[in-house]
Ligand binder design. Structure first.
Ligand SMILES: Cc1cc2nc3c(=O)[nH]c(=O)nc-3n(C[C@H](O)[C@H](O)[C@H](O)COP(=O)(O)OP(=O)(O)OC[C@H]3O[C@@H](n4cnc5c(N)ncnc54)[C@H](O)[C@@H]3O)c2cc1C
Length: 488
């Protein structure tokens, strides 16, 4: 794997002593690893989890707690939202850069079961719906739209349904820690040891077959080897690895706020690559600086340095941000008139100024006067009729911006407070088997969570809840397959 700092591989024939022998070894106790460990242990397999930090669920515990679930969950039913696996699959297919049909079908067909499995850990998603356009429901409401389901072109490709299920914890961040606590409790009940402050560093490989048969671990000055029938890497993403970020997703290097924990250093991905794992979507990232709430701002226009619109402003925030990244100098401005101006409580895209005339605004933003005026005139003409022939914004967010003064917010990278994480990782089968470049599974090796490439493939198609959703679901599948593949 060119340019990646890969850990060495250990040849099994060089290992004389193992500290442990287990059926399934899981690297990392986040949402992916804990779910894998729980399902593996439920088959009766012996399971050990290595966790490099002193507590479980590093990045998962930061997450607000959206799980992207649908197909007719109890919350969808209780709040009167029709959904079925087919429409959910159509939506996920439409938003994916490179849809993997088998994974999407399994995820959607099993979504209600997976919802029930999560609740059986010991909590209930509130049977309530939050109707506002927001980044996350502020309290404990169980359901809201967290993607682009109602946004063109997707609204024409699949029947929209809200699928962002939030755990019953108020606030924007940290809610998913509750699920980690319950998973750790479940692992205790299944007699699975989580060995804290022990980091996996290298994979042990049978040099004849090429199969992965164990890991080399380190804990301060102590180190050793563990022999395993299957190894599940669930060690998170790479947003904290400056070299990998610079190589794959330089836009994340330019922005001020990385969403992740210290150990999102890509070591899991690099261990996989050291034995030939193919990597996917490494050049994509979730990067965002939401301009809403308040949603009234979405009645405005986002324009680039050429004074032109480039996105439906009612898109999910990371879709809009993804398009900002494609514009000249990664710069854009959100413009609203006086009637639609409201200051956000958390202005991630900072307010620039207000101007009495469009010409003054163009000068203030450094845009061509005629171009900006033409864009505004065209937008206003159609918005007045409830239409948007260029970007098909929903009528709900269409309103002429024709009454000065006008205000502008800065959506540009480097000015707005962008935050982000990586989405790329190891190519995997529907059962979490790590795949080589030729598409064949690397025997004995699995990946789950943020170090695996599954449904979350880029920021433009992302829906909040996809990563906890796929990390838990495909983590479970990886754990089951890993346990069942162990030769006794
Ligand atoms: C602020 C924030 C909010 C978010 N909100 C949401 C949301 O609401 N919904 C959603 O779907 N996604 C959300 N995400 C994304 C989501 O949280 C992550 O994608 C997901 O938690 C990753 O899970 P994981 O199991 O891969 O990683 P983690 O939870 O980080 O678990 C990996 C574990 O592996 C350990 N580890 C690392 N390297 C090693 C090693 N070599 N040996 C042993 N252990 C190791 C780490 O210490 C860590 O505990 C959010 C992210 C952030 C930062």
């Amino acid at each position: 794997m060119s340019g990646l700092d890969l850990p060495e591989i250990v040849n099994a024939s060089d290992v004389t002593d193992y500290t442990d022998t287990v059926d399934v070894l899981v690297i990392g106790a986040g949402i992916g690893g804990c779910c894998a460990a729980a399902e593996a242990a439920s088959t009766g397999a012996s399971v050990l989890v290595l966790e490099r930090s002193a507590a479980a669920g590093a990045t998962t515990c930061m997450a607000g707690g959206h799980f992207y679930l649908g197909g007719g969950t109890a919350v969808q039913q209780a709040t009167g939202h029709d959904d079925n696996p087919e429409e959910m699959a159509k939506y996920l297919t439409a938003v994916s850069l490179d849809p993997e049909p088998e994974k999407i079908k399994a995820y959607c067909d099993d979504s209600v079961d997976h919802f029930n499995w999560l609740e059986a850990l010991g909590f209930e998603f509130e049977r309530s719906y939050y109707p506002e356009k927001a980044v996350i429901q502020p309290q404990t409401q169980g359901l809201m739209y967290t993607g682009n389901e109602k946004v063109w072109p997707f609204k024409d490709q699949a029947a929209p349904a809200p699928r962002g299920h939030k755990v019953p914890v108020p606030g924007d961040t940290g809610g998913a820690g509750m699920v980690i606590e319950l998973l750790v409790k479940r692992l205790g009940e299944l007699s699975v040891e989580i060995r804290y402050e022990v980091g996996a560093r290298k994979l042990v490989v049978d040099e004849t077959s090429g199969d992965v048969v164990g890991v080399y671990w380190k804990d301060g000055p102590k180190d050793g080897f563990i022999k395993a029938g299957s190894v599940v890497i669930a060690a998170g993403g790479y947003v904290m690895n400056p070299d990998m970020v610079a190589k794959y997703v330089p836009q994340l290097a330019e922005k001020p706020f990385t969403l992740g924990n210290t150990f999102d250093d890509g070591l899991g991905i690099r261990m996989g690559a050291s034995v030939g794992a193919a990597l996917k979507h490494m050049d994509q990232a979730f990067i965002t600086a939401p301009v809403y709430p308040p949603s009234i701002l979405l009645t405005g226009l986002a324009v680039n340095k050429e004074g032109k619109r480039f996105v439906a402003e009612d898109s999910y925030h990371s879709r809009t941000s993804g398009f900002v990244m494609d514009q000249t100098d990664r710069a854009a401005y959100l413009i609203v008139d006086e009637a639609h101006m409201q200051r956000p409580d958390f202005p991630l895209a900072p307010f620039i100024d207000g101007w009495e005339t469009v010409e003054e605004m163009a000068d203030g933003l450094g845009l061509d006067r005629q171009a900006l005026k033409a864009t505004l005139d065209r937008y206003n003409e159609y918005a007045d009729k409830g239409e948007d022939p260029d970007f098909h914004k929903s009528a709900e967010f269409l309103a002429p911006q024709d009454t000065g003064p006008w205000a502008a917010f800065d959506m540009s990278l480097g000015k707005a407070l962008y935050a982000g994480f990586t989405v790329g990782g190891m190519a995997t089968s529907v059962d979490g088997q790590v795949l080589a470049e030729d598409g064949t599974p690397i025997v004995g090796l699995y990946a789950a969570g943020a170090c695996a490439a599954n449904l979350a493939q880029d920021g433009k198609g992302y829906a909040s809840g996809t990563q906890l959703g796929e990390g838990s679901y495909f983590g479970r599948r990886a754990g089951l397959h890993a346990a069942r593949s162990v030769k006794v």
